[in-house]
Design a protein around this ligand. Structure first.
Ligand SMILES: Nc1ncnc2c1ncn2[C@@H]1O[C@H](COP(=O)(O)OP(=O)(O)OP(=O)(O)O)[C@@H](O)[C@H]1O
Ligand SMILES: [Mg+2]
Length: 508
């Protein structure tokens, strides 16, 4: 088959009128075809994607290349770095013969460069501390993270309702435990009158689950200052989008914590971001490495929630990219929504492997130029089958692509380099200190003390009302309380919408 014809076919399939990024050059019969570039329009990057392939085939380098090109276009990135092998993007790489030849073959200029990086962490690791208050987390996620049954989840919902009704912020685990104890102890009558009886056996069971969670290190995650999603959307002075690297090396053995955190983060991004007009470019691109961890042990209900939020979040200009070894790791409902697919080599060791390869190949557009299933096993390192959505939203022709090489370092930073970056980060300073604002723990402790010292007529409830009435100017704490409660209501609102959408789609 003529190379020119192939080149014309790919070039017309991947031509873009507006802004785009280039991932590499097309391959035919294992040879790079010069000046036949694989361009992805910025306009369809919010249509999500998949990067798959066997171990060592180049997935992480593909994310690195992708992130660099987005950053150059002024688009920030959030990378869920499970393996801790993404830090090198902060510093320039080194050109070698392999890279030189690759770029000569596809006729694409190459230079080295580092990118603006911010390290984020959920635990004690170095970086910007990501925290969320329990109120923001909401009863659905909180019950899920604790792995509660329906009755226990019902009690959690009542605790949240009580705190909402009484404007008591739930900041950290200490707060939640306090309200839980209060509900079956000093506050028993008050709870019974308002919400019905709560069994001490149930609160005891929930309490034990919380203690388990504390042992997993969740104490550091729940609290203030809670992370402001806007801080993910930064662009540096030169107009480069920030690469936010969330280091999750210690979360691999906690898939439930990970999937819950991810979903709550997506829900918050969804809630905070305005509806996007037709700007023709994404606001943020999220890469989720080892994405199978999210779907491991996920119930059907959670899968449905993930599917729905992925559908909805697109309109906010957020693109989500799943990275995993095998595309079969991703549920079909999610897979069918992914516009860009980058498939690195798969290995055919077993009958199951061969089945997976056949299935994968069937999910790609038909091509006169490739025997997809067969070629999938022959792709070299840093080569992948690609299909995207063109500016009109129509799938582009299947192309085997020799990926361009990262401009930044293809290895991790040293500890000293990481320390230097963290020392210079304004965000790390902003989120460094844990704040213990007045919240449920302090409010209820004060309430119990007041009730004990005063006579029965002067009930704690009344004194609480009076004290709010007395101040006409809200204090800083009260403002914080109002803010927290309001945002929680919003998030639960989002899930109200989600459950409606889900309920609606089920009826169809
Ligand atoms: N685009 C590329 N340009 C140059 N070299 C590459 C490219 N892609 C991959 N490589 C080479 O292949 C090696 C393996 O790539 P990478 O770490 O991205 O694989 P992976 O699929 O993420 O593996 P794992 O499943 O183990 O995480 C890299 O260290 C690098 O040497
Ligand atoms: Mg990798």
């Amino acid at each position: 088959m003529s190379t020119n014809k192939f080149s014309d076919y790919i070039n017309s399939g991947y031509s873009c009128k507006n802004d785009y990024i280039t991932l590499g050059g097309a391959l035919l019969n294992g040879e790079a075809i010069p000046n036949t570039h694989i361009n992805i329009p910025l306009k369809t990057i919010n249509r999500h994607g998949l990067i798959a392939g066997a171990t060592g085939t180049g997935k992480t380098k593909t994310i690195q290349v992708f992130s660099e090109q987005l950053s150059l276009a002024g688009i920030p990135v959030l990378m869920m770095d499970i393996k801790g092998d993404f830090s090198g993007i902060a510093v320039p790489g080194t050109e070698n013969d392999f890279i030189k030849k690759r770029h000569q073959d596809i006729v694409l200029p190459y230079s080295t460069q580092g990118f603006p990086v911010e390290f984020l962490t959920l635990s004690e690791e170095k970086g910007v501390r990501l925290r969320a208050t329990i109120t923001e987390f909401g009863p659905i996620f909180f019950s899920r993270i604790l792995d509660l049954n329906d009755i226990q989840s019902g009690v959690v919902a009542v605790i949240f309702k009580y705190c909402d009704d009484h404007k008591i912020p739930l900041i950290d685990l200490k707060d939640f435990k306090k309200v839980l104890q209060y509900a079956t102890d000093q506050g028993k009558k008050e709870f019974e009158a308002e919400y019905g009886r709560i069994s001490a056996a149930t609160t005891g069971a929930i309490l034990r689950k919380i203690i388990e969670l504390e042992h997993q290190g969740a104490t550091t995650f729940f609290g203030e200052l809670s992370f402001d999603i806007e801080d993910l959307m930064r662009v540096n002075q030169e107009g480069l989008g920030y690469i936010n690297i969330l280091r999750l090396t210690d979360i691999q053995d906690k898939p439930k914590l990970f999937s819950t955190f991810m979903l709550s983060l997506l829900a918050e991004v969804y809630q905070k971001m305005p509806e996007q007009g037709d700007s023709g470019r994404p606001e943020l691109v999220i890469f989720i490495d080892e994405a199978h961890l999210i779907f491991d042990q996920a119930t059907k209900a959670l899968q449905d929630q993930i599917e729905t939020i992925i559908k909805l979040i697109r309109s906010k200009g957020i693109g989500i990219y799943f990275i995993t070894q095998n595309p079969t790791d991703i549920p079909a409902g999610v897979l069918s929504q992914l516009g860009l697919k980058i498939q690195h080599a798969l290995r055919a060791f077993t009958a199951n492997d061969r089945k997976a390869i056949k299935l994968t190949a069937e999910n790609y557009p038909l091509s006169d130029y490739y025997k997809t299933a067969e070629d999938l096993t022959k792709l070299g390192t840093g080569e992948a089958f690609v299909t995207a959505l063109n500016e009109k939203g129509i799938p582009t022709p299947l192309a085997a692509c020799l990926m361009r090489s990262p401009m930044s370092r293809m290895d991790i930073l040293t500890n000293q380099e990481i320390d230097l970056l963290i020392a210079n980060s304004k965000l790390v300073k902003k989120y460094e200190q844990a704040i213990d604002n007045e919240s449920a723990y302090e409010i209820l402790t004060a309430k119990i003390e007041a009730a004990e010292s005063e006579n029965e007529k002067n009930s704690a409830k009344k004194s609480n009302k009076a004290s709010t009435k007395n101040s006409d100017q809200p204090s800083a704490t009260q403002k914080a309380i109002i803010k927290t409660v309001t945002s929680a209501t919003f998030i639960r609102g989002v899930f109200g919408i989600l459950s409606k959408v889900l309920g609606g789609s089920k009826k169809k």
